[in-house]
Structures are given as structure tokens and as C-alpha cells.
Design a protein around this ligand. Structure first.
Ligand code: XBP
Ligand code: MG
Length: 252
């Protein structure tokens, strides 16, 4: 019996990573760091989830001439990375508020169908709460506060994906066992996180994860439209996607 859907955000609800990348680069430029993350480099850096963790990984990997705040000792470096990441978050939210991204195909329809069928909705993401809230405002307008009952975000847990923490938090807040829920993800890190929390998972590949191998996923598609078949663009679209997700979950 499927009682809740738990959605990842970046790459799953919306193709946000190009906006994240742009915001990182804008923050680096403002800070005069001389860093630039191009798409090929960013694809590699996405192996590390979380913006602060990703910056730290870049410093370790690329040994850049300049580092945030020009400090290399702890805890000053951690503080400087946190300050730079705070600015990146502001720059990201400005772009999302401008309406730069929308939900991926099938998402809006699925959310509507789930609400109508009393299937509960939750989020389990690595990104921070303000980033989730700005995306929901931009994509859902007045429905934003009423759509997701639970939002579990990166900074609320000790370990980010691929650790299970954020999915465990979502399950705890829903008060449901993993077997009654289905996760929707776009990345191997996300899939492993959901699996480690005991969740069956459907993967929608995204712009930065299309070449990854999703071992053990219930299904793997480019967009939810593939599950809607001939119902794409019709009033039945969301119900057909939900029925297909129920079928996959039951077959599990
Ligand atoms: C997404 C991420 C995020 C964003 C940046 O992972 O890794 O870190 O790239 O977000 P997932 P912040 O979709 O698996 O949750 O800079 O806000 O951390
Ligand atoms: Mg993702």
C-alpha cells in the first residue's frame, strides 16, 4: 500500500543544477577567488553532495591558489566556506525568484493527483530549506505552503546523501515505515541514500546524472512523462503516473 511519495529536489523536482553552478561562480567572482566551475568540472564535483562540502572537496582536489577568506587553518576555513556558501545561497534564491526554473515534466500533474488521492507528499533533499522554499514558491505559487507536508533538508541532518539520514528524517516526520513510501531521485548518491533508508526508488535521470548507473532502482526513466504514455498533456496525466508508481511499488 503506497501512502507517501518522497521527492528529491535538485534534478528531480526541477533541473536546478545549472542555476546552482551559476550562483557558485557568481559568489566566487564576487569574492575575487579566481575559481570557475565549468559544466565538465561541475559534473565531477557533483559526486560530493552539499555546496559547502563541494567547495571543501574542490580545495582538497584542485589546491587553488586562493581560498575563501585567504585562511587555510580550521576553524577559520570552515567559517569562510560557510560565509561564501551563504552568499551563494542568496544569489541562487535571487535567480529562482526570477522564475528561472520550473518543475520537470509530469511533476505538477503528479503532485495534483497525489493530493486528490490522499497520498502524502514529502521532500528529502541535500540542499537547504530556503532553496526548497523559493523553488516551491516559484513553481507552485499559492499552493506552495499546502503541498508538501514534510520537508527534510540537508542542514537538518548530520550526514548528507548518500547517507540515509535525510530520508530517515522524512520517514520519522511522516510517521511511516519505509515500505509504505516511494522515493523519487535523479542521482546515484540520492538513490543510495533512499535505499539505505529502506525505500524503493524510481529514478528520473537529469542533465547532470544521465550517464550514471542506478543499480536496484524500481524503474529508470528520462522524465515522468514516460510513465504517463498517451496521457501526457491530458487531465489524466497525473493519475496515470500515480497508478504506474503504485504498480511499480506493489511489484517492488
Ligand atoms: C543536490 C546537491 C546540492 C546542490 C547545492 O543533491 O548536491 O548540493 O548542488 O546545494 P541532491 P547547496 O539532489 O541529491 O539532494 O549549495 O544548497 O548545498
Ligand atoms: Mg538530486
Amino acid at each position: 500500500m503506497l501512502e507517501a511519495l518522497i521527492f528529491d529536489v535538485d534534478g528531480t523536482l526541477a533541473e536546478t543544477e545549472e542555476v546552482h553552478r551559476e550562483a557558485f561562480n557568481a559568489a566566487f567572482a564576487e569574492a575575487g577567488l579566481g575559481w570557475h566551475w565549468d559544466p565538465a568540472l561541475y559534473r565531477r564535483l557533483l559526486e560530493v553532495t552539499g555546496g559547502k562540502e563541494r567547495m571543501r572537496h574542490f580545495i582538497d582536489m584542485a589546491a587553488p591558489q586562493r581560498v575563501p577568506g585567504d585562511v587555510r587553518d580550521e576553524p577559520s576555513l570552515a567559517d569562510a566556506i560557510a560565509a561564501l556558501h551563504k552568499r551563494k545561497t542568496e544569489l541562487y534564491n535571487q535567480r529562482i525568484d526570477e522564475g528561472r526554473v520550473d518543475f520537470r515534466p509530469g511533476i505538477f500533474a503528479l503532485l495534483g493527483a497525489a493530493r486528490a488521492a490522499h497520498v502524502r507528499l514529502a521532500i528529502a533533499t541535500t540542499t537547504s530549506l530556503p532553496n526548497v522554499e523559493s523553488l516551491l514558491r516559484a513553481a507552485l505559487g499559492p499552493l506552495a505552503p499546502h503541498t508538501f507536508e514534510v520537508i527534510a533538508a540537508g542542514d537538518m541532518v548530520a550526514r548528507k546523501k548518500p547517507a540515509p539520514d535525510v530520508y530517515q528524517l522524512a520517514l520519522e516526520r511522516l510517521g511511516l515505515a519505509a515500505g509504505r513510501c516511494l522515493a523519487l531521485e535523479d542521482s546515484v548518491n540520492g538513490l543510495q541514500s533512499a535505499q539505505a533508508a529502506g525505500l524503493a526508488t524510481v529514478v528520473t535521470r537529469s542533465a547532470y546524472t544521465d550517464g550514471q548507473h542506478f543499480a536496484g532502482a524500481l524503474a529508470e526513466v528520462d522524465t515522468l512523462d514516460e510513465l504517463a504514455g498517451a496521457a501526457v498533456g491530458t487531465a489524466a496525466e497525473g493519475a496515470v503516473i500515480l497508478a504506474e508508481l503504485r504498480r511499480l511499488h506493489a511489484r517492488g
